[in-house]
Design a protein. Structure first.
Length: 84
């Protein structure tokens, strides 16, 4: 059985937590060995976990929150329009 990227993404958390069954772990690892995109998703997820576990506090640039919320609203609206 060969896993598609969308399946590997579902397994990323379990892969990082080392909670996948042995056969699934093997399939995910084989996919990661050959897929640059999924390897990048894995690395990004790992980096996010490292950053969120960091106790340091960073001050966000002025207006960042407003820009973030506007971008999220825009993305949600775009997705809603394309799903109709």
């Amino acid at each position: 059985m060969v896993l598609e990227c969308k399946h590997v993404w579902d397994y990323i958390s379990g892969y990082l937590d080392n909670t996948l069954p042995a056969d699934t772990l093997r399939l995910v690892q084989e996919h990661l060995d050959h897929c640059e995109i999924c390897s990048a998703v894995l690395d990004s997820t790992r980096n996010i976990l490292i950053l969120t576990a960091d106790d340091r506090v960073f001050e966000l640039p002025l207006g960042f929150s407003d820009r973030l919320h506007a971008r999220l609203d825009e993305e949600l609206n775009n997705r809603m329009q394309t799903s109709e």
